[in-house]
Ligand binder design. Sequence first.
Ligand code: NAD
Length: 558
Amino acid sequence: MAASLNKVGVVGLGTMGAGIAEVLARSGLAVVGVEVGDEALRRGRGHLERSTGRAVKRGKLSAEEQQAILGRIELSTSFGALGDCDLVIEAVPERLALKRRVFEQLDEVCRADAVLATNTSSLSVTEIAVSTSRPEQVVGVHFFNPAPVMRLVEIIHTVLTRPEALAVVQGLVERLGKVGVTVGDRAGFIANRLLFGYLNQAAAMYDSGHASREDIDAAMKATGLPMGPLTLMDLIGLDVSLEVCEAIYRETRDRRHAPAPILRQMVTAGLLGRKTGRGFYSYDEPPAPAAAAEAAVASAAAEAARNAGAPLRVGVVGSGPLAVALIGGGLRAGADVRFVAGDAEKADAVRTALEQPAEGGTELALLADCDLIIEAVAEDTSVKRSLFAAVDDVAKPGAVLATTTTTAPVIEVAAATDRPQDVIGLHLPDPAGELAEIAATVVTAPEVARRAAEYLTALGRRPVRCRDRAGYIVDALRVPYLNDAVRMLEAGYADADSIDAAMRYGCGYPIGPIADLDRLGLGHAVEALRALYTESREPAYAPAPLLEELFTAGRTFR
Ligand code: NAD
C-alpha cells in the first residue's frame, strides 16, 4: 500500500467527479482526471473552471489560487495516465456493468499497491470490487453533491477490504477537512438509507392525497429542514430517487422502500424534476414553489383579515403547556381569547404562566360566543369525548371545534358531538413555532377546514391541511425516519455519532436523528409510532426495541 498519497486519479468528470477533483486539488494533491472522449473532457474542464471561477467571484479564492488548483489537475482521455496514481476514485454514471468494466481497466493500468475507490451511491461496493484481481484494495468513498461544499464523506469497506486500504481513504478524507464516517456495504449506506425511506414515504403520502405537495413541503420545512421532501426529490432527480429506492428495496425487501407508484410514473413520463423543468412541481413558469406557497399563505392571511371585522374569538380548554402556548399565541395575535381550566387552581396557574391578562375560569359557558374552540386537555380519548359532548351544548352554531388528539383519530372525538362536520384535528408539532397542522375527518365540511386554516393564519400560525391520519404530516414522516435510525443503531451498522453526522453533514439536517430523539423526548416518539402502527399495522412503524427499552428505563440515547 502506498505509504503517503501524492497523486490521485478521478475517472469521470461529471457533476461528482469534477467536484471531487477540485476538492483534491484544493488540498494540494496532484490530480489526474480521465474522461471518455475529447468532448466529455472539454465539459469536465468547463465544470472545473466554472466552479473555481465562482469561488473567485465570491472572494473565496484568489485568481492565482484558482490557477494553481487548475494547474494541479492533469486531464486525459487515456486510462494509461492513471498508471502512477496512489489512489483512483471512480465517478462514472451509476450503472453496475459500466462500473465493473471501468474497474477491470483500472486493475490493468494501476500500480499493484494502488487503492481503487468508487463514488457509487447505491450499488454494491462488493460487486464492483470483485471485478478486479485486488478486491481487498477496493473501497467506497461516497461524496455528496456539491462535493466542494458538502462536508460528509461515507467511507465503505466490504468484507474483503484490507484495513490498510481503508486507512488510506480515511487519511485522505481527514486531509480534505471533511467529516468521514466508515460503514459496511449496505444499500444506501447511512445517509441515503435514512433519507430515501423518508422521501419515498413523502411521495406516497402525496400520491395518496393525504395532503398537497405545498403543505407536505411547508410542514417538513417548518421542522428546520433546508427544504421539503418533494422539492428535494425534484432537485435530486426523480430518476435517481427511483433508482436509489429500488436498490434499497432489492436489499431489504421492505415494502416501504418499494418506490411509490407516482415516482415510477413520473420517470416513465419523462418528468425527472428540476433538470427537465417538471417533477412534483413545474419549473417552467413562475412562481417557484416556495414563492407560490408563501403567496397562498399571504392571500389566506389577507382574506382572514378582511373577514375579521371584529377580533377572532378563540376558546381554549386545558391548562397544560400546549393550552398555555395556544392562549398566549392567540393573545399576541390580537385575538379575543378565553380559557377554561379544570379547577380554580389550574385557572390561576394558567394566568400566572401568561404574559398578558386573559379572561378565563372553570365554566364551559365562557365559550358560548367563540368562533374557534380548541380542546387541549389530557391525552385521554374518553376525557376528550365527554368534554366535546359538553362543548357541543354551549358552543354557538357554526363554531369550529378543534381537538388536539394525537393518539386517537379525530373522528372518534368528533363523533361525541352532534356536529361532527364542524370538528377538525389540530396539531402543533412545536407549540412555540408557527406550524399548525389541521386534519379534516371523513365528515368535516370542506368549508370548516378552510375556515379553520383562516383562523389559524389570523392567529399567526402557518396552517397546513391533511386528512385524519395518525401523525398528521410531520410526525407521520419524521417519526418513522427516527425509528429507522434507531434500528440502524441497534443493528450495529453505525454508532450514534456517525448516524447523526451523516444526516447533518450529508443531508443538511439541523440535528441528527439520535440527538433529535433526545430533544423531542423518547415518549413522544414511542407514542407517535404506536399510533402509526395501530393505524397501519406496518411492522416497521412498531417502535424499535431499543427505543422502547430506553423509554421504559427513563433514559435518553446520550
Ligand atoms: P454524471 O453523469 O454527471 O458524470 C459521469 C461522467 O462520467 C460523465 O462526464 C461521463 O462522460 C463520464 N464517463 C462515462 N463513462 C466513462 C468511462 N468509461 N470512463 C471515464 N469517464 C466516463 O454523473 P454524476 O452525477 O457525477 O454521478 C457519478 C457517480 O457519483 C454515480 O455513481 C452517482 O451515483 C454518484 N453520486 C452522484 C451524486 C449526485 O448528486 N449527482 C451524489 C453522490 C454520488
